[in-house]
Structures are given as C-alpha cells and as structure tokens.
Design a protein around this ligand. Structure first.
Ligand SMILES: NC(=O)c1ccc[n+]([C@@H]2O[C@H](COP(=O)([O-])OP(=O)(O)OC[C@H]3O[C@@H](n4cnc5c(N)ncnc54)[C@H](OP(=O)(O)O)[C@@H]3O)[C@@H](O)[C@H]2O)c1
Length: 434
C-alpha cells in the first residue's frame, strides 16, 4: 500500500517528541500499518537554526506553515504550534487543501472543536486530537471507542500536571504554594506566567473537551465554573489529613436530572480513593458509566515523549483511515445536543464542605460563625483546630453536612464581612468517594 506523508508544524516539546518516535519506531509502525509514515515537511519559524536528527534528509524544512498545508505530497498535517490564532489558520489551510489533521491543541479544540469537526466532515478528511487532553492517557480513544457502548453518568479527573505537582509537593514537604511554584518554574514544570495552570484554565479547556466527548454536549469553556489552587496552604493539608482526606484540583462532570454540572476546583477527596494516589505531574481520569460502572485511566499528562506517543498514534489512526477510504462521518462533539449547551449552575450542587478560617482570636467566634450557618440551614459537622503560635492569625476549620452550594456561598459572603476574619473563609467541597 502507498506510504502516507506527514507535515509537522511546530517543532517544540510535542513536535520534537513526535518526530523522535516516528524515526525510532519507523519499522514497527510500518509493520503495524502495512505501509510507511513518512515525514515530508517540517515547519517552525526557527527551523533553520534547529538540528533535527529525526527528520529525513529529503523533507522540506520551512519557516512558512502555508508551504506545508499546500504541499502536494503531504496527506496529514500535524498542528503542534498551540494557541488559537496561527493554529486556527493552519487547520483552516489544511482543510481547504483537503489534508487530514492531527492536533494537540486543547485550547483551540475546547473553543471551536465542534465547528472544526463539522468542517472536517464536510471536507471528507480525518481529524484526531488525542494529545489535547491528558497527553499520555488515551482517553479520547476510550470515550470514542473503548466504552462508547455505555452511557456516561459522571467523570472526574486530575487534568493539570503542574497544579498536581504543586499540591502534592506542598503536601509532602509542608511548604507554601509560593515556594513550590518558584521551584516548579525553576524545574521547568511551570510557566513563567503560571496562571493557565494554577488558576484552572488549562484544566477547564480539557474538561470542556472530555465532557463534549463523554456527554455529547457542545460546551463553551467559559461556562464551566473554575477556581484555582492559589489559596491552598500547607496547613489545609494538615486539616484535610485529620479528616482522612487530601486536596487535589478536581475536574468534575456530573449528569443530574437538571443537566450537567461542570467544575474545576480544589476539593477534598478521601485519602483511600484511587484519585488521591495520583501524585506529581501525573494525570488521571475516572469515568462512571450507567452499565459498565467505574473505569480509571492514569498516566503522564504532558511531556515531549508521552504526548508524542499520542500524536504518533493519532497519525497512525488517521493514516489507516485515509488508506481505507473512511473519512470522518460523525462528530465526537455534540452528538446528543447540537446547539450550544449551558451547564447547570454549580450552586445547585449538594456537598459537605470544608471551611477554613484565619481569625484574630477573641471569645465567641465559633458561636458567631455557627449562627450564620444556622440562618442558612447549614448543619455544622466538626470543628478542628491545630496548635498555632499566634492568636492574631489563628487558623481553624469547620466542616458542614451536605448543603447546597448556593446556601454555603451566601453564608461565606456574610462571614467575609466579620471584622475578626483575616481573609474571607476558604470553602472547599468534600467530594463523595470516587
Ligand atoms: N508540552 C506538552 O507536554 C503538551 C502536552 C499536551 C498538549 N500540548 C499541546 O501541544 C501544542 C504544542 O505544545 P508545545 O509544548 O510543543 O509548545 P512549544 O514547545 O512552545 O512548541 C511550539 C512550536 O511551534 C512553533 N511555532 C510557533 N509559532 C509558529 C508559527 N507561526 N509558524 C510555525 N511554527 C510556529 C515554535 O517554534 P518557533 O518559535 O521557532 O516558530 C515551536 O516549535 C500546544 O497546543 C499544547 O497545548 C503540549
């Protein structure tokens, strides 16, 4: 069978990882496919200053991505640039030239995946995006094929390796968020501007894509509730441990009678759960199906080679489909609800909550806080206070029985005005065992 030719645009972490694997596994890939994957063109603005040992001598090396998407030999374009501007133009250009596409771009696919997929179907090409969520975990294949016979009712994941690294290091060493963040930046685990990771936006894009695949709803990322990890302290882990829990940035999607509830937020999860064992830069996704019950997927969420494997596996799948003449027919986005869908507000969620206070100590504080909770019909479960050096900045924790998020928010808002509080209370949901 004729070889399939690849054009790789973007030669950074992911692009270079994919090229290394394509070269190192060339024979094995040919045996698995029955034909070869050949790199016909590579592109980045600095391509001429790069040493590219894994690129065949005859391949086009260009600074201009337009030459790749228009290259007559290229069958599949790998968009590994990232962002939403040039990447979008590359995908437009590839579709216009009838080239199939493999992308690792979560941001773009979360924002316009549904439209891109519709255009790919109309253009009779193939499209794949496994690397866009949880790099090394083949979760798209799981949702589109492995358990596609089931009906998904809930999904929860740890989808941002940087945040997970920071939280698990804070937990392990009892250090502050700021200190671990600086270390993570020095080690190259966190960007100079860490906002996308630690404020939850990167995880939100991934949750939007996974929810679209799992529930068939077309979701706008900005409709998903998001809260980052900046306010978590080492002491929160001490309190969480006392309660038999730990803290992770949890991405959750839950199908309820009223619709989907979606959130990215730090939450307490039981230490005995499988998700609590996900440490460092690892990612994990837990999926609950109506018929098949629980399945769990774990692996590296990022990195040149784990993500490179996802890209190469996508290239192989797309190449197989090209050679068997089966272009995309059904979008993995929005198979249930074609219009744009708004998730149900998180304020309808019922959970037990962990409330952490920092107060300037004086008599009657607990009574005052309990009084506010009582007016919102929230029942107090426990009060915890670890020894502290100072009475002027005393941390303690109240946990409450399952309550509506709406009532809890109103209570927190009222509490935030109390003069003895050093900062507004930190409220974290305590997730049910996964
Ligand atoms: N890093 C990971 O572990 C990981 C994991 C999962 C998914 N992803 C996704 O994979 C994509 C790539 O990420 P990355 O980490 O590999 O990024 P990266 O290391 O910054 O690489 C981006 C590449 O794109 C090239 N580029 C930028 N603008 C270009 C343009 N106008 N024309 C041609 N080339 C251009 C850059 O080179 P020049 O500056 O020389 O042009 C560079 O080679 C992103 O969508 C990211 O979200 C990454």
């Amino acid at each position: 069978m004729k070889d399939v030719h690849i054009g790789v645009i973007g030669l950074g972490n992911v692009g270079s990882g994919a090229l290394t694997i394509l070269a190192a596994n060339a024979e094995q890939i040919a045996l698995k496919l029955g034909f070869r994957l050949r790199v016909a063109a590579v592109c980045s603005r600095s391509v001429h200053s790069l040493t590219l040992p894994d690129v065949p001598a005859g391949a086009l090396r260009t600074e201009d991505w337009r030459q790749v998407v228009a290259h007559p030999d290229v069958d599949v374009v790998a968009e590994l640039v990232g962002g939403t501007t040039v990447a979008n133009q590359i995908i437009d250009g590839a579709i216009a030239n009838g080239k199939s596409i493999v992308t690792a771009n979560k941001e773009l696919m979360a924002l316009c995946g549904a439209e891109i997929w519709d255009r790919a179907i109309k253009a009779n090409i193939n499209l794949a995006m496994e690397a866009s969520v949880a790099g090394g975990i083949p979760i798209h294949a799981v949702l589109r094929e492995g358990i596609s016979g089931d009906r998904i009712v809930a999904l929860a994941g740890i989808l941002n390796g940087t945040s997970n690294y920071i939280l698990t290091e804070m937990e392990r060493r009892g250090e502050s968020f700021d200190k671990i963040l600086v270390e993570a930046q020095e080690l190259g685990y966190a960007e100079a501007d860490p906002s996308a990771d630690v404020d939850g936006y990167d995880a939100r894009s991934k949750l939007a894509i996974l929810s679209a695949l799992a529930f068939g709803e077309r979701i706008t990322p900005s409709d998903i509730f998001v809260e980052g990890i900046r306010r978590i302290t080492a002491q929160d882990f001490d309190y969480a441990h006392q309660l038999g829990h730990t803290i992770r940035l949890v991405c959750s999607a839950q199908q309820t009678e009223r619709g989907l509830i979606l959130a990215v937020r730090p939450a307490l999860i039981r230490q005995s759960t499988i998700l609590a064992g996900v440490k460092g830069a690892y990612n994990a996704v837990w999926v609950k199906g109506q018929f098949g019950a629980d399945t769990f997927y774990y692996g590296r969420g990022a990195g040149s080679q784990p993500t490179g494997v996802a890209v190469v596996s996508d290239l192989m799948r797309v190449a197989r489909e090209i050679r068997s003449g089966s272009p995309e027919r059904v979008s993995p986005f929005a198979h249930e609800r074609l219009g744009e869908y708004k998730p149900v507000s998180i304020t309808l969620q019922h959970r037990p909550y962990y409330l952490r206070f920092r107060v300037d100590d004086r008599p009657g504080i607990i009574a005052e806080l309990a009084g506010i909770l009582a007016t919102k019909h929230i029942s107090l479960e426990a009060v915890l206070q670890l020894p502290s050096d100072t009475k002027h900045d005393l941390p303690f924790v109240i946990t409450v029985e399952p309550s509506s998020e709406q009532a809890l928010r109103e209570a927190v808002e009222q509490m935030s005005r109390l003069s003895f509080l050093r900062e507004p209370p930190l409220a974290l949901p305590m997730e049910p065992p996964l």
